[in-house]
Design a protein around this ligand. Structure first.
Ligand code: PLP
Length: 456
């Protein structure tokens, strides 16, 4: 019989069978699951993770979701959580607070761009987006500026989460049609992309078209009805879409001009992923509302936040929105320690420098390969966009991208498939030797898969 101290360790086959019998696997087709099986991990240390069969991998995706910015088995974070759980693990929500949540709010205000200084904590990214959208709508109404504004705008290929509000502003991944109708009043505009776009123009021209499209859409919807625009500063769809700085500056101006609150979704990009605390710093913009999650707690606890200016928060006499685990003390203690470690070990500046190193290494290993269309990236977030034809830039219509990712994993390195590209999002603690190892594995995988397809 199991005891709390000494749980029976199940065999590999038992666990797999239990998983098949009792688990729902999000975003994996049943056919794929039966072909590949679930991946069950047993332990991790630093940048390495080991599955229950004893196979060790170099994890260059920061735990699949890009959240795990400090690697596995960080004892300092674990200790901070243990200390807080022993002292006072959780006290409830609303006006019930603890020291770690107040200190974290103050720290978030210090690190956030511009005047963003008042926050609400939530349990993850989708909740953060829900909260941001509601905050924007309630502000427009209760400030008296736009009492009728209920409309929102986001972009083609956006990903903002899975709950109904966040899903309504989402376009990426085949996740939305099945749940229609979504929240009314939302529309999508073009979003800037790298390498390919619907009009076949340069990235810069397309970014300008996208900014104009946003302005036209606000005019079309009627500015007095439009509460907010939401966008990821760097889109994840088809791999690390870094727009020109001018795009975000134009969007900032347009939102200001029409009184549309600009929500910048920094759920992936926040807390060091781009070599900045927030990508808004890189784009030199001040959001009206910013969302963050993932690397906030480095994945040690489910945690997200929404932060805004005093003027916006204070215009609302009572924010009509709550979550049970908002400001969870143990999760906030984890995030406080994660931030302290990133500051002490200078991990944000290190991510910037190592990111430039990684980008160079990926370019020199892969750019000239016949199936590599573009290598791009910033900080610890990079994408290699694949094409069978460098002239037309057509994406692969088959599973070539997934095959490269699979081959890389066979070589002991975890990277991710993201539409037309494969992606690397190493934890901020990754060493240059580990980055070299990852580039070598990716390069070999691209060659192997291309050879199999007769394209090498
Ligand atoms: N926003 C962005 C930009 C994301 O990348 C994600 C998740 O990947 C979300 C929102 C949703 O976050 P969560 O999965 O924590 O609910």
């Amino acid at each position: 019989m199991d005891t709390l101290e000494n749980p029976t360790s199940n065999s590999c086959d038992d666990l797999t069978e239990l998983a098949f019998r009792h688990c729902i696997f999000p975003m994996v087709s049943t056919a794929e699951l039966h072909r590949e099986g679930p991946v069950i991990f047993a332990h991790g240390s630093g940048t390495h993770i080991t599955d229950i069969k004893g196979r060790e991998y170099l994890d260059m995706m920061s735990s699949h979701t890009r959240a795990n910015s400090l690697g596995y088995g960080n004892l300092e974070v674990a200790q901070a959580m243990l200390d807080q759980a022993k002292r006072l693990h959780y006290v409830g929500t609303a006006q019930y607070l603890t020291e770690p949540s107040i200190k974290l709010a103050a720290k978030l205000a210090e690190l956030s761009p511009g005047r963003l200084s008042k926050c609400m904590f939530v349990s993850g990214g989708s909740e953060a987006v829900e909260t941001a959208l509601k905050l924007a709508k309630q502000y427009q109404r209760e400030s008296g500026l736009k009492p009728r504004a209920f409309k929102t705008i986001s972009r083609w290929n956006a990903y903002h989460g899975a709950t109904m509000g966040a899903l309504s502003v989402t376009d990426w991944l085949p996740v939305r049609e099945v749940f229609d109708p979504r929240v009314p009043g939302h529309s999508f505009v073009a979003g800037p992309t790298c390498y390919r776009n619907a009009y076949g123009v340069s990235d810069e021209e397309f970014a300008e078209i996208c900014a104009q499209h946003l302005e036209r859409q606000i005019q079309l919807e009627g500015p007095e009805w439009v509460a907010a625009f939401i966008g990821e500063p760097i889109m994840q769809a088809n791999g690390v879409q870094i727009p020109a700085k001018s795009y975000w500056q134009r969007v900032r101006d347009i939102c200001t001009q029409y009184g549309v609150l600009m929500i910048v979704d920094e759920i992936i990009t926040g807390f060091g992923r781009t070599g900045y605390w927030f990508a808004s710093e890189y784009f030199e913009i001040e959001p009206d509302i910013m969302t963050t999650a993932k690397a906030f707690s480095a994945g040690y606890a489910p945690l997200g936040a929404v932060i805004t200016r005093c003027e916006i928060a204070d215009a609302i006499p009572m924010f009509r929105h709550v979550h049970t685990f908002s400001g969870h003390a143990t999760a906030c203690a984890a995030a406080n320690r994660v931030i302290a470690i990133k500051e002490r070990d200078n991990l944000i500046a290190r991510a910037k420098a190592n990111g430039e190193y990684l980008q160079e290494a990926l370019k020199s290993a892969l750019s000239s390969h016949p199936i590599v269309g573009q290598v791009r990236g910033i900080g610890h977030w990079h994408a290699v966009d694949l094409t069978p034809d460098k002239c037309t830039k057509a994406p692969f219509a088959d599973d070539t991208v997934k095959a490269v990712v699979k081959r890389t994993r066979e070589l002991g390195v975890i990277v991710g498939a993201i539409g037309t590209a494969f992606e690397m999002a190493p934890p901020l603690i990754a060493t240059r030797a580990e980055l070299d190892q990852a580039v070598e594995a990716c390069s070999q995988a691209v060659h192997d898969v291309a050879r199999e397809h007769g394209l090498d």
